[in-house]
Write a protein that binds this ligand. Structure first.
Ligand code: 13P
Length: 256
């Protein structure tokens, strides 16, 4: 049984007062969520304050991105060591917004992934196709490329600290969720790719989150699918009650 991992990607939202208030509300709401792993990923400027607010509770903290070096002349970047220093145990790498808006490609993301893991962080590594790619019958080709190059060279031990987030780009922030069947099919396909490249031990243990318009009212159905091992939640993670409801759907899926 894979422990579901439910993460909130706060994206570029919330100033410190609202971020700490949300974290504190989650800390109180999620005391009984031990059957799942819960993470929030705030903006860099509030990481330390959010980490402090969540100290001793059930919710871990992650960055939304990081660079593949520890320090140096990389203006505007942040290192895994700095995320760790601010209280993070996780980071997202390869979110589709980084790929699309900031031109991050698989070779770069592979370097980031490996450096974050080598620096002691756990990583949520994102993959997913655009609407045009899906309509053009390219979904499997795109996922194959993102998995084979993005995860290239990872060891079995590193996979223990890696989660894949399948986030179809057409479902992100659009209110259009992949159906549970579409999510299950894509997750099974990704797991098969990982099995082919890294073997059954890795693929059987790998957690694959779904992301893209996950809400309290669709989370349970998505999380009930055999290859859906969690959720990476954007908009709905900005509301404590809504995110707590999604976490509880994860708890129900884990304890069924
Ligand atoms: P939404 O849940 O807002 O669609 O965002 C999904 C996402 O991109 C999480 O990383």
């Amino acid at each position: 049984m894979r422990t579901p991992v439910i993460a909130g990607n706060w994206k570029m939202n919330l100033l410190s007062g609202d971020a700490v208030a949300l974290a504190s509300a989650l800390n109180s709401a999620l005391t009984d969520a031990s059957a799942v792993e819960v993470i929030v990923c705030p903006v860099f400027t509030v990481l330390a304050a959010v980490s402090q607010a969540l100290k001793g509770g059930r919710v871990a903290v992650g960055g939304q991105n990081c660079y593949h070096d520890a320090s140096g002349a990389f203006t505007g970047e942040i290192s895994p060591q700095m995320l760790h220093d601010a209280g993070c145990t996780w980071t997202i790498v390869g979110h589709s917004e980084r790929r699309q808006l900031f031109g991050e490609a698989d070779a770069l993301l592979n370097r980031k992934l490996k450096f974050a893991l080598a620096s002691g962080l756990n990583v949520m590594f994102c993959v997913g196709e655009t609407l045009d790619e899906r309509k053009g019958g390219m979904m499997e080709t795109v996922l194959r490329q993102q998995v084979s190059e993005g995860l290239s060279g990872l060891t079995e031990a590193e996979f223990a600290n890696t989660v894949i987030a399948y986030e179809p780009v057409w479902a992100i922030g659009t209110g259009v969720t992949a159906t549970p069947e579409q999510a299950q099919d894509a997750h099974a396909f990704v797991r098969g790719l990982v099995r082919g490249q890294f073997g059954a031990t890795v693929s059987d243990g790998l957690r694959i989150q779904y992301g893209g318009s996950v809400k309290p009212d669709n989370a349970a159905d998505l999380l009930s699918r055999p290859d859906v091992d969690g959720a990476l939640v954007g908009g709905a993670s900005l509301n404590a009650e809504g995110f707590a409801a999604i976490v509880r759907a994860g708890v129900s899926a884990a304890t069924r």
